[in-house]
Design a protein around this ligand. Structure first.
Ligand SMILES: *Cc1c(COP(=O)(O)O)cnc(C)c1O
Length: 380
């Protein structure tokens, strides 16, 4: 057994990231400024989108998206229940109705068919999730969406490609730079789009509804004349944070390549452990960002929660991404969702756990995880 606890994730912070932060601290400008601009252009360079707006989180981007799209009572937003709850919370807080689409049982991705069956005349937005860093079937999804706007939840998917182009590149997407994501700023997020007006609205709404954010690029400071165009929020990102992201972006390919190598080793090593089932790849051409390595604990020997507890007792950390949203207390009690409504989602929600996966892990760490899994199962 391992002597040292292996966490489920650890941010890949190197000396260059630390230097980037100290340079900002010494520069005399620490809130949003040149590093935000560099993060925005750096992400757009990778994704191929025209505009990026850095924010304090992906959740903030979702909140502002509801505002700029003027979503409210009577409007329906289609999203999977297998997502991070903040997306669903933002829909509900806007007064709109979340409509949960099913996922494929083996890839855990929403499909064009599962989305199409939820579209009604009230559908105003579709937010599918590139789950774990695998690519959605974007051709199919945009085809069934037709005129309905799609904003891709790409929180797991910086560096994910679909048929040779970066996901999100043909429309709009949100990215998260939360501490566990492939590129992190501690906390942070970004809205990317090809629509200039949406980007301008997002930028205005994120900083009090005045016509610009804090840093005026000509004046190299805050313009004193800025006035409120309509009341907005305070969702800007500091340059202290943005600098970490800028530094990490230059290593994205290395970060994701390392994640892929570790994931491939997990797949090989788990191929002869039938009780523990990794996710399958969808059958179209795509490149995985390997944000998470998700497995299903699918055996009468042990349930998922005990499995996670027993791994922890063997010094192996795990995560749970995610408990499905529709069966959480509020959504059950207030919105009347019941078990049985989304069988593939619920099957996975009951069985998934995320194994340790982060760039600074070693191949020996992967072997330790697999050995611990085998020991847990052998004890049953
Ligand atoms: C992390 C995450 C978010 C939210 O990101 P924050 O930056 O923490 O607000 C949204 N959707 C998914 C699928 C996520 O994993």
């Amino acid at each position: 057994m391992r002597n040292e606890f292996l966490p489920f994730t650890r941010p890949a912070i190197n000396e260059a990231d630390i230097r980037a932060v100290t340079e900002v601290l010494r520069s005399g400008w620490i809130t949003n400024g040149p590093q935000n601009a560099a993060l925005e252009s750096g992400v757009c360079e990778i994704t191929g989108n025209r505009f990026g707006v850095a924010l304090s989180s992906a959740t903030a981007a979702m909140h502002l998206l509801m505002k700029i799209m003027k979503l409210g009572p009577g409007d329906e937003v289609i999203t999977p229940s297998m997502t991070w709850v903040s997306i669903v919370n933002m829909i509900v807080l806007a007064g709109a109705t979340p409509v949960f689409c099913e996922i494929d049982r083996e890839t855990m991705l929403a499909t064009p068919e599962s989305i199409a069956e939820k579209i009604t005349p009230r559908t105003k937005l579709i937010i599918p999730v590139h789950f774990a860093g695998a690519a959605l079937d974007l051709d199919g999804i945009y085809r069934v969406a037709g005129e309905i706007p799609v904003v891709e939840d790409a929180a797991h998917a910086l560096g994910t490609y679909y048929k040779g182009r970066h996901i999100g590149s043909t429309g709009a997407a949100i990215y998260s730079f939360h501490a566990i994501k492939n590129v992190t700023t501690g906390e942070g997020g970004m809205f990317v789009t090809n629509n200039e007006e949406d980007a301008a609205l997002m930028r205005r709404w994120k900083f009090h509804g005045i016509g610009m954010d804090a840093f005026d690029r000509q004046n190299r400071g805050r313009s004193p004349q800025a006035e409120v165009i309509e009341p907005g929020f305070k969702y800007n990102l500091t340059d202290i944070c943005a600098a970490i992201g800028v530094s990490q972006l230059s290593r994205l390919v290395n970060i994701n390549t390392r994640r892929r190598e570790l994931a491939m080793l997990y797949r090989r090593e788990l191929a002869n452990v039938p009780e523990i089932r990794p996710l399958a790849d969808p059958d179209y051409d795509f490149k995985h960002a390997w944000h998470l390595f998700v497995v299903r604990v699918d055996t009468p020997k042990i349930d998922r929660n005990s499995f996670m507890t027993e791994l922890k007792a063997r010094n192996i950390g795990t995560g749970l991404h995610f408990r499905c949203a529709h069966l959480q207390k509020y959504y059950r009690e207030v919105m009347g969702f019941r078990p049985g409504m989304l069988p593939a989602t619920e099957y996975n929600s009951d069985r998934i756990c995320s194994l340790p996966l982060f760039p600074d892990m070693t191949f020996d760490d992967v072997i330790d995880v697999v050995e611990a899994i085998k020991a847990v199962l052998a004890g049953k």
